[in-house]
Structure formats: C-alpha cells, structure tokens
Design a protein around this ligand. Structure first.
Ligand code: PMV
Length: 326
C-alpha cells in the first residue's frame, strides 16, 4: 500500500495590491496572464489557512471564518491536487481572515498563497517559493505575487510566469490606506470580467501592448525610489484597466459614489503637494498609497468622504509563510 505523508500545516499570507495591473489571460485553461504586473504586499490584512490531510475523510471540506462554503471547494480541491498530487488523501481546509472576502481586496490572492504553502508542507513536499507562486497563480493570477513580500514583479514569460521581490518591505516605507465603500461581494468575478474585456472592449489590444511600457516605468520608479513617477504610472494604469471595463459589452462598473469621492480626495491632497496616489481593483474600494509622515492626513481625508464605511491601514509586509506544522 502506498504511504502518504499525512500532515497538518497552518500558513499565513497577506493580500497584495497591484500598481500595474494583471487584467487579461493568455491561456484560460492554465490561467496564465497575458502581461506582467507589479504589486505591493500588505502587512496588516491576512488570511490563515490550515490544511489537514486525513485518509479517513471521504471528501475535502472547506470552512471560511467558521462557515462551510461548498461553492469555493472545487477550486481549493484542484489546487490541493496540483500541490499534493491527484491521489492525495482528502483534506480538511479551514481559513480565517481579518478583512472582507470577495469585495475587491485581493482575498483570493491571500487565500491561495496561504493554501499552497500549507498544502505543500502538509503533504511533505519541498516546493520552492517560485514553484509555489506558479501553483497559486494557476488558481488566481494575483495570488502568485503574495508568495513574495515588499514590492513584487510578475513577468508573464513565454510558458511560465516568473515572480520576484524588487524591494523588501523595509527598504521603502510605503503605506497603504484602504477605503472600504461597500462590504458586499462584487457582482462580476474577475475572470468573467477579464474575458468580457478581452472579447468586447475596443481598447483591449492597446492595453496589452502598452503594459510593458508601464511595467518598465514602474520598475524604474521602484529602483530610484521615485514616488512621483510611481504615482503617475500607477494611477494611469488603474484608470486604463477600468476604461476597458467601462467599454466592454455589457459594461462593468465596480465604482460607486464614494469610490469617486475618494479618488477626488486623493487628487486634492496630491495637488496640495502631499505624496499620495490611488489605485482601484475589481471592486469599489479605493487604495491610497502614501509615505509614513502623511498617513494620518490621508486617512482623515478618506474617512471624511461620504459613503466611506471604514479606512484600513497597512504598511508593506512579507510573503506567504508557514506558521505551524504538525
Ligand atoms: O487574481 P484575480 O483573478 O483575482 O485577478 C486580479 C485582478 C486585479 O486585482 C484587478 C488586478 C491585479 O493585478 O491584482
């Protein structure tokens, strides 16, 4: 009889926020991105995933914050098969998170990054960080970046992605404020939204063709620690991505009044000389990136926007890691 490594492991990962966005797939089956992307990994928001392999189980199970969520199970099971092999024992998977799930806060990135780390250890595998990033990316493109900390670049490559940290969290003290404007899950998931943009937005090809220029500009800004240049590239890239959504058929608009109010608040601060810029993902929350001396001012300005429910604050943090094994 075949012997399995039967283990339990707990891992933690934090969401990442893209400054040059991943939006579009080259290979839908393998979930390969059409272009590269660049992100910052957060510290204060986290997802913890516990994986326990148990041959006495008949099926995998998944709970999120203590609630069974069978609808998310197929993706989790697929990921476990890829990490531990398809003939693995069944698993009990439990996740816990300290921020709203499915609302454009990169919850799937943190979840799959933590899942691959925990599953790899529970199964007794010795995957390196890049292999784990590829395994996480096969489920959620942005999850590949949460394996690494600080400022992270993902290169789309020919056949496989490559991911690296360009700058550790301690080497550039960027701070991120997240204005929550709606806690509900988003109406259209990112894979469906990307497909619709690729098939129907007249600007999609232009977006793909310009990504390497934006990535080059952002990488240079990181190397030089040039905040103003990173700000200009990130805002432009974010607005281009949302233009694709607005020009899709039917259009996808994730923003609400408070989203626009936050963008205006950030623009006003920046016009007054404050180092701050915004970015927005597939949801209505606004992420403002700033420097430590300005955090209080930016937080206050966002909190004062009508419709803002809460403002979360984070420094940059490290990549996904094991917390416990047994
Ligand atoms: O990784 P996914 O499938 O959740 O897509 C992420 C898409 C954006 O968050 C909008 C952009 C990005 O690069 O993270």
């Amino acid at each position: 009889m075949r012997q399995y490594h039967l283990g339990r492991a707990l891992a933690q990962a934090q969401p990442n926020i893209a400054l040059v966005k991943y939006w579009g797939k080259r290979d839908i089956r393998r979930n390969l991105p059409e272009t590269g992307s660049l992100s910052v990994t957060l510290e204060a928001l986290w997802t913890r995933m516990e994986v326990e392999l148990d041959p006495s189980l008949e099926a995998d199970s998944l709970s999120v914050d203590g609630r069974d969520v069978p609808e998310l199970l197929p993706r989790v099971s697929r990921c476990l098969d890829q990490v531990a092999g398809p003939d693995r024992p069944r698993a009990r998977v439990a996740s816990e998170t300290n921020f709203p799930v499915g609302a454009g806060l990169a919850s799937s990135a943190a979840a799959f990054a933590a899942l691959v780390v925990a599953a790899s250890r529970a199964a007794g595998k010795a995957h390196d960080a890049l292999t784990l990033a590829r395994l996480a990316g096969a489920q959620s493109g942005s999850a590949a970046r949460s394996l690494f900390g600080g400022i992270v670049a993902l290169d789309a490559g020919q056949d496989e992605i490559a991911v690296e940290s360009l700058c550790a969290a301690r080497d550039w003290a960027l701070e991120v404020l997240v204005a929550i404007t709606d806690r509900h899950a988003k109406p259209v998931g990112s894979s469906e939204a990307m497909r619709r943009c690729a098939e129907t937005s007249p600007f999609y090809r232009y977006w793909v063709d310009r990504q390497s220029a934006d990535l080059g500009a952002a990488r240079r800004a990181v190397t030089l620690r040039d905040f103003a240049s990173l700000a200009a590239t990130a805002e432009h890239n974010c607005l281009k991505m949302h233009s694709l959504m607005w020009t899709s058929r039917p259009p996808i608009v994730y923003w609400n009044d408070a989203t626009i109010g936050c963008m205006q608040a950030v623009r006003e601060l920046a016009a007054g000389g404050c180092p701050v810029f915004f970015t927005i993902d597939a949801g209505p929350q606004v992420k403002a990136v700033t420097l430590p001396d300005e955090t209080a001012r930016v937080r206050e300005a966002l909190a004062a926007v009508p419709g803002v429910l809460e403002v979360l604050h984070s420094t940059l943090g490290g990549g996904a890691r094991l917390l416990e094994t047994a």
